[in-house]
Design a protein around this ligand. Structure first.
Ligand SMILES: [Zn+2]
Length: 274
């Protein structure tokens, strides 16, 4: 009787040890598989130059766009529904990394042209020396969300019978070069200010300040004027009024002429602030 009992006990003991051993083995291989999976995902997020890969850009936007919209809403203002997709924008626009299509679609290019997914992923040193055209995926999303926000404010202002200067809105649909430039200057400046405000670009500093009217209108300076100098001009104004109120004031007034872009105080002095 005692012998039999011992036998059963031994048998259970062996069985338990075996189950335990198999479980540990299984757990260990599951963990290895998982970490291999994570490593594989990490690897596929970057190309050979260590920059965001096309696969990674699609994955990042898909996975994070709702959180990025939430962050925007928390720090700036509520947005109407807006949908963010990725595509290869090479065919549709030459240099643009993102496009906003009225009323609610944003397309971010999945070409391998970004320096990182997010600004905080860059070293402090790299953050300091980034140039305007070195963009993060998140910066381009914030920029395009701000186009959506400007469009939303135009809509709301019109609903409230507030004046919106006719050059704003549907910019790309009715290109009139004479007035388009000033309106683009303001709108792109606002978008870039928002990117800076949301810490996705380095503090605003302009190294190339235009000295003559030709510096403003010469096509060769276009990117600097529309995306860098514009923020430099708008920064104090938007710091003072905040994004929402600031945008409303800007939209309610005629955009600056090239002369006013050169001497911004002429522009700010004539703004009607209501
Ligand atoms: Zn833009």
């Amino acid at each position: 009787m005692l012998n039999l009992f011992l036998f059963v006990k031994d048998f259970d003991y062996i069985r338990i040890m075996r189950i335990l051993f198999i479980s540990i083995l299984l757990l260990f291989s599951l963990q290895t598989l998982a970490s291999e999976g994570i490593q594989e995902l990490k690897d596929s997020m970057y190309n050979r130059q260590g920059k965001p890969s096309t696969y990674g850009i699609n994955y990042y936007v898909n996975k994070n766009s709702l959180d990025i919209i939430k962050e925007y809403e928390y720090l700036i203002d509520t947005l109407y529904d807006v949908y963010i997709f990725t595509d290869n924008l090479k065919e549709t626009s030459d240099d643009d990394l993102g496009e906003f299509y009225i009323p609610d679609q944003i397309v971010i290019t999945n070409q391998e042209k970004y320096i990182a997914y997010e600004f905080r992923n860059l070293s402090k040193f790299k953050q300091k020396i980034t140039l305007y055209n070195e963009r993060t995926v998140k910066a381009v999303i914030f920029h395009e969300l701000t186009h959506a926000y400007v469009n939303q404010l135009i809509y709301v202002m019109k609903q409230e019978n507030k004046i919106v200067s006719s050059e704003y809105g549907a910019l790309r649909m009715f290109p009139n070069p004479a007035t388009r430039f000033g309106a683009e200057f303001i709108e792109e400046g606002i978008c870039e200010y928002a990117v800076y405000f949301l810490h996705e670009s380095k503090p605003i500093k302009n190294n190339v300040i235009p000295q003559t009217l030709t510096d403003i209108t010469d096509g060769i300076n276009r990117v600097n004027i529309l995306y860098v100098y514009s923020v430099y001009v708008l920064q104090n104004f938007l710091d003072k009024y905040g994004l929402k109120k600031g945008i409303e004031i800007l939209l309610g007034n005629k955009p600056p002429t090239p002369k006013e872009m050169l001497k911004p105080e002429l522009f700010f002095n004539r703004l009607k602030i209501n």
